[in-house]
Write a protein that binds this ligand. Structure first.
Ligand code: NAD
Length: 347
């Protein structure tokens, strides 16, 4: 039988305590480093296996290391002296990527396995793990008129092949590092995240960025049609990046949520057809729609049940799609134009 651990109060987190963020060259971790920098933290270390020139965001004054975290020795090196560790490194992408590269997705298990152990050995006070809605039982997601997914829906387990199973097992590691060894861990199940400084071309991008780019391209080339993956009736919710980083901070520092997976996502459900209509409205256009029924489409419907996060934090992601999409479209348009002019951009 499991004995419940007593939660000892943390000392106050000092502005110069070392915060380590992995996946720093990627979308969410880059934005998280910026968020902590703006909050006044002065000792931030970000890590990614990508070369620096491929990072979406390099925050001035933040240590940026290029290391492969599937190697144990590298994880030990980056966790040295860490007070808090945020693990956001993973080989991942949108539906097109995770359905095609299941082995790459599964291999991310090495990153979390070594990182959580290295953080523990380094005496880190808290450890954050970025899980995903893909950890949920896929049998519950076969209908576009979804029942929103609540935290208990992960078990009995039937996660997304590859990517989802990796998340579920890594969650379990984090839970056991608290129960067996007493390291405070936090686990957020992100639902689709979007916003500036994210992937927008190249095959790993998700629906909001992909649709923004396709609309921009259609307008630019005068080719007034667009191809949508699937029949467009599949539904999703999308969380704006600012809500994501705020939620990470709140979840990481909640004693009531230690080792407890929690949804971090928007509950504003939208079909892919309606998402495109929103992007068209921002761009001031209307395109002819073609449907590629052979393209990857993922589950039929998925959204976040936010009852638990509301109860625990009195908050949920609340940036409207209209507001977040407008900012994202604007950012991608700048990247697109820069690329066209031969300037170097990160996709
Ligand atoms: P991202 O691809 O932009 O960033 C992930 C980063 O991890 C990349 O820059 C990649 O180079 C790095 N990485 C991969 N393997 C590595 C390794 N072996 N060593 C060091 N770095 C490595 O993805 P993101 O959208 O910022 O996602 C961050 C986390 O959130 C991931 O764990 C992801 O699974 C999770 N998540 C994201 C979403 C979303 O919608 N973006 C949804 C659910 C879960």
């Amino acid at each position: 039988m499991e004995t419940k651990r007593l939660v000892e109060k943390d000392p106050v987190l000092k502005k110069d305590d070392l915060i380590v963020i992995t996946g720093g060259g990627g979308f969410i971790a880059g934005n998280l480093a910026l968020y902590f920098k703006k909050k006044g933290f002065t000792n931030l270390r970000t890590v990614d296996k990508k070369p620096l020139y491929e990072w979406y965001l390099q925050v001035p004054g933040v240590e940026s290391l290029c290391l492969d975290l599937s190697e144990e020795a590298n994880c030990q090196r980056v966790c040295e002296g860490a007070v808090e560790v945020y693990n956001l490194a993973a080989d991942m992408g949108g539906m097109g990527f995770i359905e095609r590269f299941r082995i790459e997705c599964l291999r991310s298990i090495l990153i979390n396995t070594h990182m959580v152990e290295a953080a523990y050995k380094a005496g880190a006070r808290r450890y954050f793990y970025s899980s995903s809605a893909c950890a949920y039982n896929t049998d519950l997601q076969q209908d576009p008129n979804v029942r929103a997914l609540k935290e208990t829906d992960a078990y009995p387990a039937m996660a997304e092949r590859g990517y989802g199973w990796e998340k579920l097992v890594s969650e379990m590691f984090c839970q056991e590092y608290w129960h067996e060894r007493g390291m405070k861990t936090a686990i957020a199940r992100f639902h689709n995240v979007y916003g500036p400084f994210g992937t927008w071309d190249g095959g790993r991008e998700k629906a909001p960025a992909a649709l923004c780019r396709k609309v921009i391209q259609a307008l630019d080339t005068g080719k007034n049609d667009i191809t949508i993956w699937g029949d467009g009736h599949q539904t999703r919710s999308f969380m704006y990046i600012d809500d994501c980083v705020k939620g990470i901070d709140m979840i990481m520092h909640s004693d009531a949520l230690i080792a407890t997976p929690i949804n971090l996502g928007s509950s504003e459900l939208v079909s892919i057809n309606d998402l495109l209509s929103k992007v068209e409205k921002i761009a001031g256009t209307k395109l002819k729609r073609n449907y590629d029924l052979n393209a990857p489409r993922g589950v039929a419907g998925r959204t976040s049940d936010n009852t638990f996060i509301q109860k625990m934090l009195g908050w949920e992601p609340n940036t409207t799609l209209d507001k977040g999409l407008a900012a994202t479209y604007k950012w991608i348009k700048v990247q697109y134009d820069n690329r066209k002019q031969g300037k170097r951009v990160v996709e």
